[in-house]
Design a protein around this ligand. Structure first.
Ligand SMILES: [Zn+2]
Length: 200
């Protein structure tokens, strides 16, 4: 039986496995596996395939987190990183063959895509202001021929972001400790000064 994502609330395969477990089963394991593989691939979106690839590499994440600006598709809190999987047309992937402006209603479509791009920029700014790193993955980069390459790129970006996040946290911690130490020393100096004054 194929492995399933435990955290994927919407994983189609998981639902199927659960319902199969509760059903009288006339299939051999091999037949069952083939059926499920077929159903699974039919319900697989590029984004979901990316999630599965990250999951199988040990990354843990939240999906479509409403608490963050832009409701990011994938949120990796440990690495302070969010990932958006963008459709090439709707978000205007520059120089991409999947982003061709329709010949009819051209202005309407161009305005719509421009609005989406503006919104994307705004979301990006908001997230970065909160200390999140943003990774954009275009749908065309998740096509079979580029999939592994894209996953490798995303993985290394996640690790790099994690490093930056840890460094920033350590620096903050150091600065906080420094501040507290200075405050304590100042207090001690003040108290000893006070003592001296009283003893005069
Ligand atoms: Zn594209």
């Amino acid at each position: 039986m194929p492995t399933i994502c435990q955290n994927e609330r919407f994983c189609a395969l998981r639902g199927i496995v659960v319902s199969l477990q509760n059903m009288p089963d006339n299939h051999t394991p091999a037949q069952r596996h083939n059926n499920m593989a077929a159903i699974h691939s039919a319900s697989t979106t590029p984004e979901r395939r990316l999630r599965h690839a990250l999951w199988s590499q040990g990354f843990r994440y939240r999906v479509n987190d409403k608490r963050l600006p832009g409701k990011p598709d994938i949120v990796l809190p440990k690495y302070r990183t969010v990932i958006f999987v963008h459709g090439c047309f709707w978000h205007g992937h520059k120089d991409c063959k999947h982003y061709t402006v329709p010949k009819t209603n051209t202005e309407f479509w161009m305005a719509k895509v421009a609005r989406n791009q503006e919104r994307d920029q705004e979301v990006w700014r908001k997230l970065e202001a909160k200390g999140w790193s943003v990774i954009i993955v275009w749908e065309c980069q998740l096509k079979k021929a580029y999939f592994d390459e894209t996953v490798a790129r995303v993985t290394s970006e996640i690790f790099r972001n994690g490093e930056i996040y840890r460094t920033v946290q350590e620096e903050r911690k150091k600065a906080r400790e420094e501040y507290l130490r200075e405050r304590m020393e100042r207090k001690e100096r003040e108290q000893s000064l006070l003592k001296e004054v009283k003893s005069l």
